[in-house]
Each structure stands twice: as C-alpha cells, then as structure tokens.
Design a protein. Structure first.
Length: 631
C-alpha cells in the first residue's frame, strides 16, 4: 500500500515538471508568407514561448511543430517584424509577416526612374525630410554630415554661405591639392531632374558662394545617393564620382494648407587664443628673460649694458623696463576687435494642396545670419513652386520652378583664411597704437566692402505619356542659370601701401538639358521585367569677367571708376561644352529574391579628345536572397 501511495505522489510531479508530455500536446502546421505580396518565406524560425523548443520553416514556407493548446508561437525572420500567435488548440495556423524595414518599400530615384528600394541592386543611401527638419543653417551641407554611410560632408570654411566643400562618395580620389571644391571628387547633382556640376560652377564662379546654400532645407523631400559604379553607370561619364539626386516637396490630394515656421539663434564667439596682455605680458616676458639668463650665466648678478658696464648679459627691451612710459604701458586685446556675437534668423512659409487631378505647392524662405567675425554675414531668399497635373488618363505633367538669391558679406582669400592676420603675428599689446593704426588693423575686416551676390534659377517641365499598360514615355526639358556678382573694395585706410583697391567681377553658368526615355514595367506571376531606353542632350556655357584697379580717387567711390588707366587691369573668359548620350537598362527579377540588371550608356562630349569623342559605360549586376542560409 505504501508503494502505491508513493507512485500516486510522483505522477503529478512528473506531469507538471514536463509539460512537453502533456496529453494536450498536438501537431500544429501551417505556412509563413509575406504580408505584402503573399510569397512564401523560407528560413524563418518558430519558437514556443518560455520554452527552448522550436524549428525552422522549410524552403516552401511550411512548418509542423508539436505544441500545447495554450502555448504561444513566436515567428521571426530577418527583415520582418516578429509575431507572437497563441495556438488556442488550433491545428492549422497561417502566418503573414510584415517587413521590418519600412524603408524597403520607399520609392527612390535611380537612373531616370523611381523604384521601390528593396528592388534596387546598386548601393544607395537615402536621406528623408525628417532628417533635415528644424535645423536652421546657411548651407544644406552642414546638416548632411553623418546622415548616410559611405558619404562624407566636407566643410572647409566656417564662413556663413561660403564655398569650398561638398559631398564625397566612397572617399576622395582627386589628386589635386586645391583648397576649393575643385580639390574634391565631386558627384553629379540632379535637382528635380536638372543636372548640376559643382566643378563647372566653381571653375567660373567669382562669388565663392556655396551651391548648397542656394537650397532651402525646408523644401527638400529626399536625397538619394547612388554610390557604386553599377548604380551610376546609367549617368555615364558624369556619374564617375557618384550621383546625388535631390527631390523637392510636392503637393498632394488634400485640402489647401499653410505652413509657417520661424527660428532664431545665437552663435557665440569662439574660444579665443590665450594671450598675455598689459602687465601680464610684461611679467611673463621678464620671467622668460630671467630663466634664460640663469641658464646661461647662473645666479650671478647682471646689469643692463645701457649703463655702459661691460658685463655678461643682454639688454632688456625698453618696452619691458620702462613700464611708466605711456607708449609702453597699454593693454590691447586685438582679438576683441574681430569677434562679435552672431545671430541667425530663419522664416519659412509654404502653401500646398490639390485634388485627384491637380496638386500644387509653393514656398518662400528667408534666412539671415550675422557672422561671429566683424564684417561677415549671409542672407538667402528662396522660392520653390511646383504644379502637378493629370491632363488625362494618359498624360501627366509636372512643372517646377526654383529661384534663390544669396548675398554674402565678407570674403575669403585664396587660402580660405578669414582672420586679417595670424594671431601669432599680432604686435605686442604694450605698444601704443594710434587711431589710424588701429583702424588699419580692424579695417581689413570691418571697413572692407566685400559683397558677393548669387542669382540662381531653374525651370523644369516633365511630360509623361502612358502609351500602354506598363509602357510610358517620359520627356523632360529644363533650363537653369547661375549668375554671380562680386564687388570688392578696400579703402586706403585699410591697406599697407595707403592705396585703395577696387574689384568688380561677374560670372554666369547657363545649362540646357533635355532627355526622353521609354520605359516598360511588367509583373506576371513571380516574374518582374523592366526596360528603359532613352537619349539625352546637355549644353553648358560658363563665362566670367574681372576688372580691378589700385589707387582710386576717393575712399567713397567703391567701384572701378576714376582710376588711372595704367592702374586698371581685367580679363574675361567663356567656355562652352555639349554632351549627347544614349542609354538603356534592362532587368529581370524573380520572386523578389533574385534579380539581374544590365546597363549600357554611350556618351559623346565636346570635352573628350579629338580622336575619341565617344565613350561607353557598361554595367551588369545581380543579387539573390538565399533566405535559408540566414539561420
């Protein structure tokens, strides 16, 4: 009887200690598929919650697992959101997993067309609106640092609106030691379909204003950066250093709305170099003299040779010994002459809306920055407008206009140095300076007139024709112009030779671009076929003129007028270039897992050698997701 009672005691313990052997355990089978397209997901894992038991989904998305009626199954797969589903005594459970990375379904611009990001074979980095919002800045370049892997934002100057930097994709390959943008391997920029070459702009631009400063971050919808050679082959010779595709915001099917934003900020003066002035300077220099004498002559006494005594030692400067002399008893802090608190102001106003047939957006932006260096500042006014129209079921029209006006006070020397002189070369603070001498020193910044103005505008027209289901013809024509004007004047009171200097220069960049391409997209069953065939014409003209003179008749005349003929010089230049291109693209995909794509482009450029006017740029790329290898 005792043996029987012990058996009854241990059976419940065994039952509760091993739920896997519970009589309610049964087989649960089912399939795991993609919630978006319904395709089977292989290689995922299934785990019973609070248990170590689980299994892997087979290559057809099927599973079969033993589970308790009260168990919870955890379904997970790389790239998808994990789901927890209770069994509830069911024997069949079909699961649909949602993609984890929502960015995979976002549309990116690649090779004259837009595709879903997960279908892209090349290396692409995308920056969206949320990464650019609420950051007041004089240049879009300042907010792009660290926003995309493999992309460097090079900023070479702290001058508000000043040029010199740019984006570098996959490292700089330019061997030039130029300190401006021409020293970087610049990508091709395409703003709403309008191609922009920073190298061309910098080569003739007289203002040294930043191209990125012409763009209002509040107007940017997205930036797609094509990084590898395969991704940029469709753009031919101009895409060798990568391609940055910038799209501005558009209206939508919604009620008209107004957006107003403003911000104000303060830029504090930078940390100044630690220097001794006044009595502190005198004491420090005397201490250094004494240490030097001790190291040379020991502790013996020494006297000033000005007393006529022939002893070892050196004559101390009068500026250190005659501290009661008004000429040697000053305390100038020269750095205070050049710095001031900076203030930034930004205002944005936009209106957008539309319906199923028409959508519009227009915006105005104003930015003003007072620099922390005396005589430096920056102002920007921008306007961006777009009108999207569904003319008919087969005709789609997109018209966009972008205007910007920049004015920047304060300039840059050839080596991008803004301070009028090196702080280590400043004279001693003890020496008396006449008002004229102080004016000469500070006037190199404060009294110098250096105004750099940029007028930039672009107009783009896109007409899309739906010829048949999946077959479209896109035609785009655009014209853009960038005009710069620099007025530079240094009064005679701020020059070392006492002669005023005046300079007046102008530059212009005019681009005409037109392209047409026929594209075909078709999906049937698990197969995707896309093809693109097109041509492009691009014409550029850059020009500049410079006039300068020295020794003007008056400091009140800030232009080259009234100068002696022999003191006036100038020159001008103009360059034209043309580009004709043919390109094609074809790709095949299967089950959203495998894809192969081929690209071919032929460029004919007036910049190529006389006997080699044509160049070919081919590319073949593929990828495949072998999902079962992830687990």
């Amino acid at each position: 009887m005792r043996k029987f009672s012990r058996l009854i005691f241990w059976i419940p313990l065994l039952f509760f200690a091993t739920p896997e052997l519970n009589a309610q355990t049964h087989a649960v089978r089912g399939t795991v598929s993609d919630a978006e397209n319904g395709s089977a997901i292989s290689g995922g894992s299934i785990l019973i919650k609070n248990s170590k038991r689980g299994q892997t989904v087979d290559s057809n998305g099927h599973f079969n697992i033993l589970a308790n009626g009260n168990d919870i199954l955890i379904f997970s797969r790389i790239g998808y959101l994990t789901q927890e589903i209770p069994v509830n005594n069911r024997t069949v459970i079909n699961v649909k997993l949602k993609a984890e990375d929502k960015n995979l379904n976002e549309v990116v611009v690649v090779g004259y067309s837009s595709v879903i990001k997960k279908a892209v074979t090349g290396s692409i980095a995308s920056i969206k609106t949320k990464d650019l919002e609420n950051i007041p800045t004089s240049s879009l370049l300042n907010v792009l640092a660290g926003k995309a892997p493999g992309v460097q934002a090079i900023v070479r100057t702290g001058l508000p609106g000043g040029a010199g930097g740019g984006l570098v994709v996959r490292g700089n390959t330019n061997l030039s030691d130029a300190s401006d943008v021409t020293g970087l391997s610049n990508p091709l920029y395409i703003v709403d379909g309008v191609p922009v070459s920073l190298e061309d702009l910098a080569g003739f631009d007289v203002t040294q204003n930043d191209f990125f400063a012409t763009l209002n971050p509040d107007d940017i919808q997205s930036l797609d950066i094509l990084k590898d050679a395969a991704a940029t082959a469709i753009y031919g010779s101009r895409g060798a250093n990568g391609v940055v595709i910038i799209k501005t915001k558009r209206g939508g099917n919604r009620k008209t709305r107004f957006n107003i934003g403003s911000s104000t900020g303060i830029n504090f003066e930078p940390t100044k170099l630690k220097v001794f002035i006044g009595q502190a300077e005198r004491d420090e220099k005397l201490r250094l003299y004494n240490e030097s004498f001790k190291s040379l002559f020991g502790e013996q006494a020494w006297v000033d040779v000005r007393n006529g005594l022939e002893v070892k030692g050196y004559m101390l400067p009068a500026v250190l010994t005659d501290k009661y002399n008004p000429a040697f008893n000053n305390a100038y802090d020269y750095q205070k002459m050049f710095y001031q608190p900076g203030v930034t102001q930004q205002y944005n106003l936009s209106m957008d809306g539309g319906n199923e047939k028409n959508a519009f957006r227009t915006s105005l932006g104003y930015y003003k920055e007072k620099g922390v260096l005396v005589g430096f500042g920056f102002n920007r006014v921008t306007m961006n407008s777009s009108l999207t129209t569904e003319i008919s079921k087969k005709l789609h029209n997109d018209l966009s206009l972008r205007l910007s006006y920049l004015t920047r006070q304060g300039g840059q020397s050839d080596n991008l140095r803004s301070f009028p002189t090196s702080p280590t070369d400043l004279p001693s603070s003890l020496f008396y300076k006449t008002p004229e001498e102080l004016s000469l020193l500070s006037g190199k910044l404060g009294n110098t007139y250096n105004n750099n103005k940029t007028y930039q505008g672009s107009l783009s027209e896109v007409l899309r024709i739906d010829l048949a289901p999946g077959l479209t013809l896109d035609n785009q024509g655009s014209v853009s112009g960038t005009f710069g004007k620099k007025e530079y004047f240094v009064p005679s009171s701020a020059t070392d030779n006492g002669l005023s200097y005046a300079e007046s220069s102008n530059s212009g960049n005019f681009t005409l671009n037109a392209h047409s391409f026929l594209s075909y997209n078709k999906r049937f069953n698990q197969h995707d076929i896309t093809a693109l065939l097109g041509s492009e014409v691009n014409m550029d003209q850059e020009s500049m003129s410079l006039l300068y003179g020295e020794g003007g008749p008056s400091d009140y005349i800030r232009v080259v007028q009234g100068f002696k003929k022999e003191n006036v010089n100038g020159y001008s230049d103009i360059v034209q270039s043309n580009l004709l291109s043919y390109f094609g693209n074809v790709s095949y995909g299967y089950k959203d897992r495998y894809k192969i794509e081929a690209v071919l482009r032929r460029d004919a450029s007036s910049r190529f050698g006389e006997n080699n006017k044509w160049a070919t740029f081919p590319s073949v790329k593929s990828y495949g997701y072998f999902l079962k290898n992830h687990f």
